[in-house]
Design a protein around this ligand. Structure first.
Ligand code: ZN
Length: 212
């Protein structure tokens, strides 16, 4: 049997079981989605948002890329963010990094990854901003773990600078922005930092909006 056929078989078993447990579940879901969370995670196969949070289909709107980076010129990411915040009106945006992130490791190296260099430069910039703190850490793995945390925290700051987020804060005092890290070694998620509508956005990243 082909590996892909195995997935189709597993899907059939999953759908049959769900229908058995809750006969109306697919009917309900096909009408609409009302997720409360946008997840910005790494494309790494070991960190699937729904699985590690014990969530069901319909609960999390998901965007994943290499090393969970927020890039204002990425049309794909910006479309997901805009739809999640302005249309679905999610209450939380979670940027989740993870232990052993190959993207972060690659960004820390001096290897020329060709096409990937441009993407990794987003993480190299985070390294550069914190190089003094990072270079004090002698152990390579500990330094990598630190950059993984710093990267997740830097990405919620990127979100904070965006008018889509600031406008939503102005209009409905949401979403909260969370930086999390997932520990591959024990399956636990850790909250690193949360920022929300009371955050003072530094100049010149602050946008003004008409009074409500
Ligand atoms: Zn990763």
């Amino acid at each position: 049997m082909k590996a892909s056929d195995q997935l189709l078989l597993q899907n059939k078993a999953w759908a049959d079981e769900r229908r058995l447990l809750d006969p109306k579940s697919f009917e309900r879901q096909s009408e609409t989605q009302k997720p409360r969370f946008l997840w910005v995670g790494c494309a790494d196969s070991r960190v699937p948002a729904e699985v590690v949070t014990g969530s069901d289909p319909g609960e999390i709107f998901v965007h994943r890329n290499i090393a969970n980076v927020v890039v204002a010129t990425d049309l794909n990411f910006m479309s997901v963010l805009s739809y999640a915040v302005q249309v679905l009106k999610v209450e939380h945006v979670i940027v989740c990094g993870h232990e052993g992130c190959g993207g972060v490791r690659a960004a820390m190296s001096n290897t020329d990854y060709g096409m990937l260099n441009k993407w990794l430069s987003n993480i190299k910039e985070v390294y550069f901003s914190h190089r003094q703190e990072l270079e004090l850490i002698g152990d390579k793995e500990a330094r990598e773990d630190k950059l993984i945390s710093l990267n997740a925290r830097a990405q919620i700051r990127q979100l904070m600078k965006m008018s889509i987020i600031q406008e939503a804060w102005h209009q409905r005092r949401a979403p909260m922005l969370h930086a999390w890290v997932y520990h591959l070694s024990n399956g636990n998620l850790e909250e690193l930092e949360t920022i929300g509508p009371d955050t003072v956005v530094p100049e010149p990243f602050r946008f003004h909006f008409a009074p409500k």
